[in-house]
Design a protein around this ligand. Structure first.
Ligand SMILES: Nc1nc2c(ncn2[C@@H]2O[C@H](COP(=O)(O)OP(=O)(O)O)[C@@H](O)[C@H]2O)c(=O)[nH]1
Ligand SMILES: [Mg+2]
Length: 187
């Protein structure tokens, strides 16, 4: 698997469509002031927000066991797809965020899972679904069932990317999945 780099640090990626909460999640959890590359959003059809990530987000956290994890957020729009592979290089795992309230959120999840699965070790994916409590939004079970129907094994968590505890839970879940994968690889 893609292990720690020369400095002994892991890299994980936050990805997902525009407005899913990638920048918010990294800002919520990072122990350094995150680096953000926001520019005015010229695509108000996809999302009404005023600014959007055009390069990447970067933050850092130290896990309970002292492991340092570098956090990278991708741009959401498909026209920045070339960045995905650059950011995904050497990543230990990926957290796919989706906004359950967006029309087509299930399909969006599929397309980000499919784009990033080849860039990370097998099974190193966690899905975080935001705004599941909003009227008309599918539940996290619907997202889990969708993955299962496609034969993809990945934990699905209902989260609020603004909440530190929720973002921590996603990172810890990914760390558990990675540890389990390393055990299986070593056995
Ligand atoms: N209700 C709710 N709002 C969120 C959540 N995550 C992000 N937001 C809000 O959605 C907007 C877009 O989030 P942002 O982090 O810029 O999305 P990005 O495009 O994925 O980086 C911001 O105003 C956030 O405060 C969430 O889980 N629940
Ligand atoms: Mg962003």
């Amino acid at each position: 698997m893609n292990g720690p780099d020369v400095q002994g640090e892991f890299k994980i990626i936050f990805t997902g469509p525009m407005g899913a909460g990638k920048t918010t999640a990294i800002a919520a959890i990072s122990e350094i002031t995150p680096i953000q590359t926001e520019a005015p959003n010229t695509d108000r059809i996809s999302h009404a927000k005023a600014s959007t990530t055009v390069g990447f987000d970067y933050g850092r956290i130290t896990l309970a066991d002292g492991q340092v994890v570098r956090l990278y957020g991708t741009p959401g729009q498909a026209r920045y797809r070339f960045m995905w592979e650059i950011l995904g290089r050497g990543a230990a795992g990926v957290i796919v965020l989706v906004d359950a309230q967006q029309p087509g959120a299930l399909v969006q999840m599929d397309s980000f899972v499919d784009a990033f699965a080849p860039l990370v070790p097998p099974g190193a994916i966690v899905v975080g679904v935001g705004r599941t409590g909003e009227p008309g939004a599918p539940s996290s079970d619907a997202f889990a069932a969708r993955l299962q129907a496609r034969g993809i094994v990945a934990p699905v968590l209902s989260i609020d990317a603004r909440q530190l505890a929720d973002v921590r839970l996603m990172v810890q879940t990914l760390a558990c999945v990675l540890a389990a994968g390393a055990e299986a690889g070593a056995a």
